[in-house]
Design a protein around this ligand. Structure first.
Ligand SMILES: Nc1ncnc2c1ncn2[C@@H]1O[C@H](COP(=O)(O)OP(=O)(O)OP(=O)(O)O)[C@@H](O)[C@H]1O
Ligand SMILES: [Mg+2]
Length: 420
């Protein structure tokens, strides 16, 4: 039950429906009517309503209030000291046939309405902003997706570029390797040509004992031995060239065709291809496990891995040193360690070595992509990479490559790198 509405800050009156007697009013209402609450109490509502509003109250509000129903937002005209003014009125039934009437000047109602409209417009503009931002986010997400795709492609292109750059670097060495046997095969062929011309002339012109004399005159004993030597040497030269070209063909094979390969074959292929870069830098020692190690690795990419690591090792050696390659089985992995007696790495270099474009080499000598590509290729094949290094002590790179026969159920095995 409401005790007193006198101090309410809104314009309110309490009404007895029978007789429509005002039982109480708020001071705010009395002030608006230019009277004191006491002057208004016990007077009739009819006395402060215009005739039309009196009728309207009786027909529209009174019946609803008697049925205990609220009446919202009806316009009633009150006789104020400023004349008859419209008030937006809500009426609420109370116990004992009473009702509370709340009046709001219609102009205030308009102000409120205006505020509501402004707030609605503001909310709408907020909504528009939100949906614009949402679109922007979607756009950004799409752009990021495109960028990621481009990055993947660039990564792929980098791989190809690195391969081409590496081949370019190797080309000079390989040309030298091939030129050498080609040079002596050429000179051997000249000698053979000369010997053949001489011998054919003797065979064509001479008769009987004459042949022996002429052969002796041409130093046939020496020619006989030399012929064999020349042929042997030339055959070896051709074999050497063949082995280089075979290794090169294997080395440049398109990646992704084969899933597995034999680790030692790939190491040997790589060593053959980069023989020229290593021979003046290090003595290469191989300690391979007794049994062949078939690994689940694309052979062309394994060559790339080995080439980058071996060339790094050779480049770290200032004059002449050692590079040891050891292979063994370690659980489901083939473990390969490549140890060099080079300059080693300080902590900063070690921590950043596998970052793309990180290099300590002079401009034009290193792109800084070698180890990052090695790391990516190892990761893609679910292998692991660890680099241990100390300044002046050399570097050991350890690889764990999944063994082909063991790793069919092992695709979720850990992959990654650590540096120490
Ligand atoms: N075996 C190593 N001994 C000492 N430092 C090494 C060795 N391997 C790599 N590093 C260091 O790590 C850096 C990054 O190696 P990475 O192979 O990624 O690039 P790079 O050799 O400088 O250039 P690129 O391989 O493109 O010719 C090297 O510049 C070098 O400082
Ligand atoms: Mg390198």
């Amino acid at each position: 039950m409401i005790k007193s509405i006198r101090d309410w800050p809104i314009r309110t009156l309490k009404l007895e429906l029978d007789g429509r007697t005002i039982k109480d009013v708020s001071r705010a209402f009395a002030a608006h009517m230019g009277q004191t609450p006491e002057q208004l109490i016990d007077t009739s509502l009819d006395s402060i309503l215009t005739a039309a509003s009196r009728l309207y109250f009786l027909s529209a509000l009174d019946p609803k209030l008697r049925q205990n129903l609220d009446c919202e937002q009806h316009t009633l005209y009150l006789k104020t000291p400023l004349g008859s003014l419209p008030f937006l009125t809500s009426a609420h039934p109370q116990h004992a046939n009473q009702a509370l009437l709340v009046f709001m000047p219609a102009d205030q109602h308009l102000v409120l309405q205006q505020q509501l409209i402004q707030e609605r417009d503001y909310t709408e503009s907020l909504n528009r902003d939100l949906s614009r931002q949402q679109h922007q986010l979607i756009d950004q997400r799409n752009r990021q997706k495109e960028l990621l795709e481009k990055l993947e492609n660039t990564n792929h292109e980098l791989l190809q570029t690195e391969k081409l750059a590496a081949l370019g670097q190797l080309a000079a060495g390989i040309a030298h390797e091939i030129n050498n046997p080609v040079g002596y095969i050429q000179s051997n062929l000249n000698s053979l040509d000369h010997y053949l011309t001489t011998l054919l002339a003797i065979l064509t012109d001479a008769k009987g004992d004459d042949i022996k004399q002429r052969l002796a005159a041409e130093n046939f004993d020496f020619i006989k031995d030399d012929l064999v030597d020349l042929l042997n040497e030339s055959q070896q030269g051709v074999q050497h060239i063949t082995s280089i070209t075979q290794a090169l063909t294997q080395f440049t094979r398109a990646p992704g065709k084969e899933q597995t390969c034999e680790l030692h074959d790939q190491i040997n292929t790589t060593l053959r291809v980069i023989h020229n870069e290593l021979k003046n830098k290090a003595h290469i020692q191989r300690q391979f496990s007794q049994s062949p190690l078939r690994v689940r690795f694309d052979p062309a990419q394994l060559n790339q891995v080995m080439m980058n690591l071996l060339i790094n090792a050779a480049q770290a050696i200032e004059r002449f040193g050692e590079i040891n390659i050891v292979s063994e089985i370690d659980g489901n992995y083939a473990k390969v360690t490549i140890t060099d007696s080079g300059a080693g790495m300080d902590e900063h270099t070690l921590n950043h070595a596998i970052e793309p474009f990180f290099t300590t080499k002079p401009e034009g000598e290193g792109t800084g992509l070698g180890l990052s590509l090695v790391y990516n290729m190892i990761r893609r094949h679910f292998g692991k990479l660890q680099i241990d290094s100390d300044v002046g002590q050399g570097t050991t790179v350890t690889l764990w490559l999944p063994l082909a026969q063991e790793c069919d159920n092992d695709s979720d095995s850990e992959s990654g790198t650590t540096a120490r």
